[in-house]
Design a protein around this ligand. Structure first.
Ligand SMILES: Cc1cc2nc3c(=O)[nH]c(=O)nc-3n(C[C@H](O)[C@H](O)[C@H](O)COP(=O)(O)O)c2cc1C
Length: 355
């Protein structure tokens, strides 16, 4: 059997990952009262054979909430909940980063005592939010003041500190999927005229300050930043996507960020220019790709030098022992979409390992 690069170790000055089959961050909406619990610990420990686990999006503050039953990392109770998770994962031989999340405008007044969600700019947009009463249409958010932006960056730092206290091996700044840092980055949602809006140097400032906050706690090698230039949801848009995202990549390179977690489908439509190779050229840390990869395309991505590791999302939901299945070419179980966010053990901790 040819040697698998996907199953070989990789690392940086601070961390060694036992394989390059990483687990993608996935919201599972099973944290009642926004606190991770025993069931969360069981779920992540079951998946500890991943080279690295990224947790589901985890709120940095109560303002950051935009999805029902999702965990936070800004109270003592939440830190205690996550401690159970990191201890269980470490005991099972895994490594785990917390994904630091602020949903910004992709939220709903239901989460804020009837007040509006916050955003770079107060402009209407078309999306849906998963509330306690089911999906609801988004509202026009209110614009953050400069003072509020500064205190939100301080929230990132406090959340990173809380993640450290909870025993995480590092953190990921969630700069993808149309949440707050991406809302600042792209010129569709960001119409500000101050130092956080206008030219890309200004629009990238929020993401870069949030990254600096994480680095100030963990050091650069233990920080990942997730970016997604093209997503079909949360009503995002930029007049020059490539230029915008390559600016961000170059700025993250200057900060010596440990991991760049780049989302772009392995199956882009005919004729679409892939940005991942351009990002890869500009980034010397660990370059991790995601979206629609399978074992074969992941192996190719690493073999060709496009990536150092690949994150798998849906496959890790239904195959807790995914690296072992790859190693033995075992059949893969399909994930059940209906139980992604349904709560409880069903479709969460009841997917079996190979016998
Ligand atoms: C149920 C579910 C929840 C997700 N939640 C998050 C999340 O909290 N944060 C995030 O960055 N991406 C999230 N994603 C996106 C995944 O990280 C990943 O990008 C996506 O599943 C594509 O990878 P795949 O093709 O390997 O499944 C989620 C995806 C799924 C299926």
């Amino acid at each position: 059997m040819p040697t698998s690069k996907l199953l070989s170790a990789v690392g940086n000055a601070e961390l060694t990952f036992k394989n390059r089959v990483f687990m993608a961050p996935m919201t599972r909406a099973r944290s009642e009262d926004h606190v991770a619990n025993e069931l969360t610990a069981t779920y992540y420990a079951q998946r500890a054979s991943a080279g690295l686990i990224f947790t589901e999006g985890t709120q940095i503050s109560s303002q950051a909430i935009g999805w029902t039953n999702t965990p936070g990392i800004h109270t003592a109770e939440q830190i205690a909940g996550w401690k159970k998770v990191t201890e269980a994962v470490h005991k099972a031989g895994g490594l785990i980063f917390a994904q630091l999340w602020h949903t910004g405008r992709a939220s709903h007044p239901d989460f804020h005592g009837g007040e509006l969600p916050v955003a770079p700019s107060a402009i209407p947009f078309d999306s849906q939010v998963f509330t306690a009463e089911g999906p609801k249409p988004t509202v026009t958010p209110r614009e953050l003041t400069i003072d509020e932006i500064k205190s939100t960056i301080a929230d990132y730092e406090a959340a990173a500190r809380a993640a450290k206290e909870a025993g995480f091996d590092g953190v990921e700044v969630h700069g993808a999927n149309g949440y707050l840092p991406a809302q600042f980055l792209e010129d569709g949602p960001n119409k500000r005229t101050d130092e956080y809006g206008g030219p890309i140097e200004n629009r990238a400032r929020f993401l870069l300050e949030a990254t600096d906050a994480a680095i100030s706690v963990f050091g650069p090698e233990r920080v990942s930043v997730r970016l997604s230039p093209r997503i079909p949801y949360n009503d995002m848009g930029d007049s020059n996507l490539e230029q915008t995202y390559m600016f961000a990549v170059e700025a993250l390179e200057k900060k010596k960020v440990g991991i760049l977690h780049f989302m772009e489908s392995a199956n882009l439509p005919e004729g679409a220019k892939p940005f991942a190779p351009e990002a890869r050229k500009r980034f010397s840390g660990l370059f991790v790709v995601n979206v629609d990869y399978d074992q074969q395309t992941a192996e190719q991505a690493i073999e060709s030098g496009l990536a150092d590791a690949v994150t798998f999302g849906r496959l890790f939901i239904s195959n807790p022992d995914l690296p072992e299945r790859f190693r033995t070419n075992a059949p893969l179980a399909p994930s059940d979409h209906d139980t992604y966010y349904s709560g409880g053990e069903n479709g969460y901790t009841d997917y079996p390992n190979l016998p």
